[in-house]
Design a protein around this ligand. Structure first.
Ligand code: UFG
Length: 328
């Protein structure tokens, strides 16, 4: 299949690009490199540009005979989205609509969309299934949900079929490739724990110890980035086979607390990690755990790296060999 991957030079995007290339798809990446890294897509066709550039999109669709799009390009930090909702609506909704319009105009009618657990907001039940009410508590989740809504109507009116993948906590790095997580600034727990272990930061701050969880710290469902990548490939195959549009959760169904992540990371790195106990980070739900039964049943998805220790080991291999990320 000829596939355009927007935001393919980012963390989850680049892992998906390699997965698709390994399955003999022809992949073209469109990335404005505002967050992504050229080094994350070595050997892959990279177009430096933006999804708001309709003319460029149409050129790419035609030149590479694109049959499907995987759309990652977006802003994706919860805290930042609360401070700068305008940027999030612009990047995630306005530019997302430009992509949908260009697809419809060019007759490209299959889309795999990078969505998020943040569409659910504060969970009313756990594990969270796709039927859980979607009530985002921040602009990031709201903008992802808004584009999902547009996709539904575009499907009905224009036949644009989609699979929307709602990720829980992406983590880890490809064990076989020279790519991994490299955000600036880094806000995610596992890379921050490992940066602290590597002595790059003095300590890891635990955000809140008074949650209604067994040890008082937040519980999350960590999913290996390669397992996410494989899900995108399965979703593309399903759309090619004519399956209807759908949304799927992606997690392992196991919740780990912040302290459990830190203890597991200590086992992986073989030394204690300095921590400081801090206050809650605004907007963090106590527990987020996925029910991923739907994608397992409908698309045959199975996680290969479900174990937290294995996930952290792959992340540690990347961070310890690339302390400065792709700039090394
Ligand atoms: N945490 C700390 N210290 C840190 C960083 C994080 O204690 O320095 C805690 C957070 O409070 C949270 C957990 O570690 O309890 C995980 O935090 P991350 O920032 O790694 O991930 P989030 O759970 O906040 O974010 C994830 C996805 C988002 C999604 C969000 C939904 O990365 O895309 O869940 O709430 F929007």
């Amino acid at each position: 299949m000829n596939i355009l991957v927007t935001g393919g030079a980012g963390y989850i995007g680049s892992h998906t690009v390699l997965e698709l290339a390994s399955r003999n798809h022809r992949v073209v990446v469109l990335d404005n490199l505002s967050k992504g890294h050229r080094g994350a897509v070595r050997g892959i066709e990279l177009v430096h540009g933006d999804t708001s550039d309709t003319r460029l999109l149409k050129e790419i669709f035609k030149k590479y005979n694109i049959e499907a799009v995987v759309h990652f390009a977006a802003s994706s930090l919860v805290g930042e989205s609360v401070r700068q909702p305008a940027g999030y609506y612009h990047n995630n909704v306005v530019k997302g609509l430009a992509l949908l319009d260009a697809m419809v105009d060019s007759g490209v009618r299959r889309l795999v969309f990078s969505s998020t657990a943040a569409v659910y907001g504060e969970p009313v039940e756990t594990p969270i299934s796709e039927a859980h009410p979607a009530a985002p508590t921040n602009p990031y989740g709201a903008t992802k949900l808004a584009l999902e809504g547009a996709m539904r109507w575009y499907d009905q009116a224009y036949g644009l079929r989609f699979a929307s993948l709602r990720y829980f906590n992406a983590a880890g790095a490809d064990p076989a490739e020279e790519i991994g997580e490299d955000h600036d600034p880094e806000t995610h727990l596992i890379p921050l724990v490992l940066k602290s272990a590597a002595g790059l930061t003095p300590y890891l701050e635990v955000f809140g110890t008074d949650y209604p969880t067994p040890d008082g710290t937040c519980v999350r469902d960590y999913i290996h980035v390669n397992d996410l990548a494989a899900a995108h490939a399965l979703a593309l195959d399903a759309l090619a086979a004519g399956l209807p549009s759908s949304v799927y959760n992606l997690g392992n169904g196991n919740g780990y607390s912040v302290l459990e992540v830190i203890r597991t990371a200590e086992e992986v790195v073989g030394k204690p990690i300095n921590i400081k106990y801090g206050t809650r980070r605004p907007g963090d739900p106590a527990v987020l755990v996925a029910g991923s039964g739907k994608i397992m049943k409908e698309l045959g998805w199975q996680p290969r790296f479900a174990d937290l220790k294995t996930i952290i080991e792959t992340a540690w291999r990347w961070h310890s060999s690339h302390p400065a990320g792709f700039d090394k």
